[in-house]
Design a protein around this ligand. Structure first.
Ligand code: SF4
Ligand code: SF4
Length: 114
């Protein structure tokens, strides 16, 4: 069975531009939205992502919506389809940021499809 796992050197979900994340809007409180706006740089990326190594600089204290294991239960698709839903979300992010044939996509598929 396929199981979801985050990979190194990605960070594709840390581009926080809400205009490109329709499915998130109704899962977030007004405080969350204000926080996301305050975290988002002009180029759409989270200002806490270290772009050199694609690591979160505030990993231990990152907001709840960055914690996949916590936030995923807000989505009916996750409750219905489990990791399949998470894998599909990651693939969408990776594809739109790095491309379908990117090294991140190859690595993600190797990690989740073994
Ligand atoms: S898109 Fe998925 S694999 Fe990439 S950093 Fe985010 S959670 Fe991890
Ligand atoms: S706080 Fe960390 S995990 Fe959340 S979007 Fe920013 S860099 Fe990514």
């Amino acid at each position: 069975m396929k199981s979801w796992s985050c990979i190194e050197n990605c960070g594709a979900c840390c581009k926080l531009d809400l205009s490109e994340r329709d499915n998130l809007a109704n899962k977030l409180s007004n405080e969350d939205i204000a926080l996301i706006k305050s975290m988002t740089s002009k180029d759409g990326w989270c200002k806490y992502l270290d772009k050199n190594n694609k690591k979160c600089m505030i990993y231990k204290s990152r907001p709840h919506f960055c914690r996949v294991n916590e936030f995923s239960v807000e989505f009916n698709d996750y409750l219905k389809n489990g990791d399949k839903f998470l894998i599909s979300c990651c693939k969408q992010h990776i594809s739109s940021i790095y491309g379908k044939k990117s090294e991140q996509m190859i690595m993600f598929k190797m990690t989740t499809e073994k």
